[in-house]
Design a binder for this molecule. Structure first.
Ligand code: GAR
Length: 204
């Protein structure tokens, strides 16, 4: 499965997906990494690994126009699955329609709790005992599409935003590639809001 990965910054989720591919755990190929910010640290990781990159700056560009350019780039690279990995922009309905049920995102909370920015801070301030991360299909609304996988992370009394974020991030790295692998194996179906993941067939 050919992946297009969209980043805005650090790129640790992209790196974890790339590591899973390199270790042979995830059968996929990263066809292109696109960043909306030229200084995204994740671009350097892609460069070092010889993965094609493209910077498409988003500042001041109308959403529809921007998304059209990104769609074109993804199609040029024959991308089959788009993975948002810390891509801090809402996508237009036309983007989502260009890749129906083929756009994923990772969010650092157990959605539908704490969508949007600073999810880990929101969780700490609310006082939840269990936080976590969610890999979900993307629709045109914020952090709202059907949920594929979630991993829970206990909140500790001594947690700061930094310590909780670090543990959630680590679990996210272990969760994202599994969702991609399930899709690439054809095990995932979407029925309304529900995502069903079939058991893989064991080989004889
Ligand atoms: C991750 O914590 C991810 O869950 C979050 O941005 C960070 C990206 O880190 N995504 C969102 O908040 C999306 N709403 P990374 O650049 O190191 O992958």
């Amino acid at each position: 499965m050919r992946l297009g990965i969209l980043i805005s910054g650090r790129g640790s989720n992209f790196e974890a997906i790339s590591n899973a591919i390199n270790k042979g755990k995830l059968e996929a190929e990263i066809a292109i990494v696109i960043s909306n910010r030229a200084n995204a640290a994740g671009l350097e990781i892609a460069r070092e690994r010889g993965i094609p990159i493209r910077v498409i700056p988003s500042q001041g560009v109308d959403r529809e126009k921007y998304d059209k350019i990104v769609i074109e780039e993804l199609k040029t690279h024959e991308v089959e699955l788009v993975c948002l990995a810390g891509f801090m922009r809402l996508l237009s309905a036309s983007f989502v329609q260009a890749f129906p049920n083929r756009v994923l995102n990772i969010h650092p909370s157990l959605l539908p709790a704490f969508p949007g920015l600073d999810a880990q801070k929101q969780a700490l301030e609310y006082g939840v005992k269990i936080a976590g991360c969610t890999v979900h299909f993307v629709d045109e609304f914020l952090d709202s599409g059907p949920i594929i996988l979630q991993t829970a992370v206990p909140v500790l009394d001594k947690d700061t935003v930094e310590s909780l974020s670090a543990r959630i991030l680590l679990q996210g790295h272990l969760t994202y590639w599994r969702a991609i692998q399930a899709i690439s194996e054809g095990l995932v179906t979407v029925a309304g809001r529900k995502v069903l993941i079939a058991e893989p067939q064991l080989e004889e």
